[in-house]
Design a protein around this ligand. Structure first.
Ligand code: PRX
Length: 629
């Protein structure tokens, strides 16, 4: 597929005050990029040298397409770099985490406190029999203990699999099963907009028929305290009580797995993306430092949840490896009022703010009067991630929040890439609608299906041509699926996104080339929603498409064929919505359901979602030669 997209490439560009480059880590982007091109391995080796390793590498990179190893035979532990390194080097009392709860409650942890908590919880996990290589599922609300749990796993070499607390029981069950998790760490409840959402009951449901699970660790934050079933349930803080205070970091090989994180695919269940210790550390450290230009005095607020890759890389590992102060928050952007986030920026002097276009568009709707009530002058750098930042939202973010002085980084990347891949480095001209150019260290391009570069202005597939340290190493239990990433478009890593490049090499993301939906910045497979729908007794067949939505990116529309004996009704629609909610969680709920008699299919029986979408949007359906009927 390579066709001409009618995209405006000559839109306005914004040039930030060039002084932002002056004392920045990255300096001049082109110089940095050309330096990298001269000696790619040296580029990454220099970054790795800034971190502490128990033993250095034999080789920076070993590339045996499609398998890469980075910093081979080096020994390290990411938590040594996120904690010990700072505690030993004068940052003992620096604030690591500032947390604000849904109810406004605050908690602060210095590096010393975080270090201590992580070590004790790590010993607690050991006391439950967790060993290096075991998988631990973390299904928690956004509280500091979630980060403590992640770091404690990394400390002892257990592989964490964080499942976003907004997912339902079935989604959790399939992730626990696929990873064969030994332990599930959860909490009694999460709080959202003043309401309590029970997590533990969902865990109870999810662990049925998941025989790998030996223990459930429960953080009890509510009163009265929830009863535990002592055979397999233990209290989060009780396991920290009678253990040693110190916990030496497990010596990890650079290539040992650090975590699994599930992401939605086109077909079948979610894919367990596996990241490796050394390369992931180097990649997230490098981009946090050079793209966000994180300095000693910064306060960084990334509004994602650690249940997504954005939280893994730019709340937890990247910023902590840099020894930064991070703000984290359980709050939603409009509760108790639409000024709550801006009030927190004022209150905590946030300097780097990283959020999603869907949030920015929501703020635009609520009006400028909300941010205008607060002093946002501490802000220095703004970021966006998850879906394209459309020019209107860019302009608003730049003017209303950044007061026309903050560079905006529209960062394109994926669960699979681990770190930022495309963006506009600070101090470079920003082009609204474009993610930007490759991060130094990354070779990206827009190509046709054979991997040949397409001319500027022509749409094509976004690919990464060379391996990079924080690339995924495999798909857990499905290496075949991993190899597909590197074999569908030439020999390159195919991101699954369509893009177009302009004359200056800036890349604009046009959307997915497959049936993955991006709803409010979250990646949801049409197949997952369909199989949740089909698991309802009334549904014979289901097809799901994404419809452009001014707020959410995509909104989900489902077409349903009912089983014999069931009749279409509004009540049934509500029941189906509820069913999806319970199975997959609130983010996967269809906003529209249409009952139909038949669905368009190919001769081989695949539902042609593309055709449904074209019909729905009144577009030309394109090639329909494979249509069965
Ligand atoms: O389609 C792209 C979109 O989100 C996908 C990756 O989703 P996920 O693995 O959940 O990671 C999201 C956070 C890194 C991509 O394939 N996407 C992400 N960032 C952008 C984007 N689309 C356009 N512009 C972006 N900045």
């Amino acid at each position: 597929m390579s066709e001409n997209f009618d995209v405006k490439l000559d839109g306005k560009s914004y040039l930030p005050d060039p002084s932002v480059k002056e004392n920045s880590w990255i300096g001049d982007y082109e110089t940095a990029y050309n330096e990298f091109l001269k000696d790619p391995e040296k580029h990454w080796e220099n970054v790795a040298e800034e971190l502490e390793w128990f033993e250095k590498w034999d080789k920076v990179r070993e590339w045996d397409h499609p398998y890469a190893k980075w910093f081979t035979n080096a020994k390290m532990n990411i938590t040594h770099n996120c904690l010990d390194r700072h505690v030993m080097n004068g940052k003992r009392n620096k604030v690591a985490i500032i947390w604000v709860g849904d109810d406004g409650k605050e908690e602060i942890l210095t590096y010393r406190q975080l270090y201590r908590e992580v070590m004790r919880f790590a010993n607690g996990l050991k006391s439950l029999g967790v060993e290096k290589g075991d998988r631990v599922c973390i299904y928690m609300p956004f509280v500091p203990e979630q980060i403590i749990a992640m770091l404690a796993c990394a400390r002892i070499g257990a592989v964490h699999s964080v499942v976003f607390g907004g997912f339902g029981a079935n989604a959790l069950h399939s992730r626990i099963k696929d990873a064969q998790a030994k332990i599930v760490i959860t909490a009694d409840a999460s709080l959202r907009r003043g309401k309590r959402i029970d997590l533990k009951t969902l865990v109870d449901e999810a662990v049925v028929n998941a025989s790998s699970v030996e223990k459930i660790v429960v953080l009890r934050r509510m009163t009265p305290q929830m009863e535990l079933f002592s055979e397999i349930e233990v209290d989060f803080y009780e396991i920290m009580e009678d253990v040693e205070k110190e916990c030496e970091p497990e010596v990890m090989d650079s290539e040992d797995p650090l975590f699994i994180l599930y992401t939605s695919g086109t077909t079948g269940p979610a894919k367990g993306i596996v990241h490796a210790c050394g390369g992931y550390m180097v990649g997230t450290y490098y981009t946090t430092k050079n793209m966000f230009d994180l300095q000693e005095s910064d306060v960084m607020w990334c509004t994602a949840d650690p249940g997504w890759i954005t939280g893994h890389s730019y709340i937890v590992y990247g910023p902590l490896a840099m020894g930064a102060t991070i703000l984290i928050s359980e709050t939603t952007p409009d509760y108790p009022d639409p000024g709550v986030w801006w009030s927190m920026i004022e209150e905590f002097d946030v300097t780097i703010f990283y959020t999603a276009p869907t949030a920015i568009r929501m703020f635009m709707r609520m009006g400028e009067e909300w941010p205008e009530k607060y002093n946002l002058s501490s802000l220095r750098i703004l970021g966006s991630v998850g879906e394209p930042l459309n020019p209107e939202a860019f302009e608003w973010y730049y003017r209303v929040i950044g007061k026309e002085k903050c560079p905006i980084l529209d960062t394109w990347w994926q669960t699979e890439t681990g770190m930022h891949m495309l963006t506009t480095a600070i101090g470079e001209p920003m082009k609204p609608g474009f993610a930007g150019r490759p991060v130094p260290g990354i070779v990206a391009d827009v190509v046709d299906e054979n991997g040949e570069p397409v001319p500027a202005g022509t749409g094509g597939f976004l690919v990464i041509k060379e391996p990079w340290p924080s690339m995924m190493r495999t798909v857990y239990n499905n290496d075949e699926r991993y190899r597909q990433y590197w074999s569908t478009v030439g020999n390159y890593y195919a991101a699954g996104d369509l893009a177009v490049k302009d004359e200056d090499g800036y890349i604009m993301i046009l959307g997915r080339s497959d049936d993955v939906l991006i709803v409010a910045g979250h990646n949801i497979g049409s197949a997952e929603v369909e199989s949740a729908l089909v698991s309802h007794e009334a549904v014979a067949e289901a097809a799901v498409i994404g419809k452009p939505d001014p707020l959410k990116g995509d909104s989900i529309k489902a077409f349903i064929i009912l089983r014999m004996g069931y009749t279409a009704s509004d009540k049934l629609k509500l029941e189906l919505v509820y069913h999806v909610r319970m199975n997959l969680g609130p983010i996967a709920i269809p906003s529209e359901i249409e009952f139909v008699e038949s669905l368009p299919k190919t001769r081989s029986g695949k539902i042609m979602r593309r055709l449904l979408k074209a019909q729905e949007l009144g577009q030309d359906p394109g090639d329909i030669s494979t249509l069965e009927d």
